[in-house]
Ligand binder design. Structure first.
Ligand SMILES: *[C@@H]1O[C@H](CO)[C@@H](O)[C@H](O)[C@H]1NC(C)=O
Ligand SMILES: *[C@@H]1O[C@H](CO)[C@@H](O)[C@H](O)[C@H]1NC(C)=O
Length: 214
């Protein structure tokens, strides 16, 4: 039995290594040809390979133990954000819509750079947060703050931008409210400034017509 288990383990390890090899190759290829934006399926593949290896090791060491291996760094980030977003929406359902809107209001102004999250500094810096399309209507900042803290606490040494956290939170909101899930690739860089006038001119207004929306 032990003999056969170790053969099974070996076979699983080889499959996992092959998957990891393919993932790394495709990852590198994608990164070279397309930049940093479309890595998500490959990262998923890499994660599956990693988790086969982890499960396999686990089975070898202690076949009775439950599967409570530490999450991979990426899975840790996704799980931390999702936990915070799900509880926020459980507390108040509208928060899901607010987080989706916050992500949209971030992305339409100079790209998905987290600029909308930056606080004004009275007298020296006025950003997007208090620009009329956002002032007193953009919400969910505290949920993003909490998600950031949760990632810091539970996924040590795993840097992730606030813009990425906001993008994940918007997707998790869609899913939590019953919508279709989609992959969120990571790698957005946070802005060091925000654009007060950009929020005025780059966001579509509620009274815009379809031509303007195009
Ligand atoms: C934002 O709203 C506050 C009231 O909550 C108001 O005092 C402030 O003038 C507004 N800022 C801008 C830029 O409209
Ligand atoms: C801010 O927004 C304005 C108006 O859309 C745009 O012309 C400008 O380039 C933006 N500034 C930065 C630093 O992106």
């Amino acid at each position: 039995m032990a003999f056969r288990l170790s053969h099974l383990s070996l076979a699983l390890s080889l499959v996992a290594l092959a998957l990891a090899g393919v993932a790394i190759y495709r990852n590198t290829y994608e990164a070279m040809s397309k930049g940093f934006q479309t890595l998500s399926p490959e990262l998923d593949l890499l994660e599956s390979a990693a988790s086969i290896l982890t499960l396999n090791n686990n089975a070898e060491q202690n076949s009775d133990s439950k599967l409570t291996q530490p999450l991979s760094p990426l899975a840790c980030i996704f799980s931390a954000v999702q936990g915070v977003v799900n509880s926020a929406i459980d507390r108040e359902r509208r928060m899901g819509a607010s987080l989706i809107r916050l992500h949209f209001h971030d992305c339409f102004v100079d790209g998905c750079d987290g600029g909308v999250l930056l606080d004004d500094i009275p007298g020296s810096f006025q950003g997007e947060k208090t620009s009329p399309p956002n002032n007193n209507s953009a919400r969910g900042f505290e949920v993003i703050e909490q998600a950031k803290q949760r990632v810091k606490d539970t996924c040590p040494n795993t840097p992730v931008s606030c813009a990425d956290i906001l993008a994940i939170a918007a997707r998790d909101s869609v899913v939590k409210l019953g919508g279709q899930g989609y992959n969120v690739a990571l790698g957005r860089r946070d802005a060091r400034a925000a654009n007060f006038t950009g929020a005025l001119t780059q966001l579509p207004a509620p009274f815009d017509n379809l031509n303007r929306a195009n």
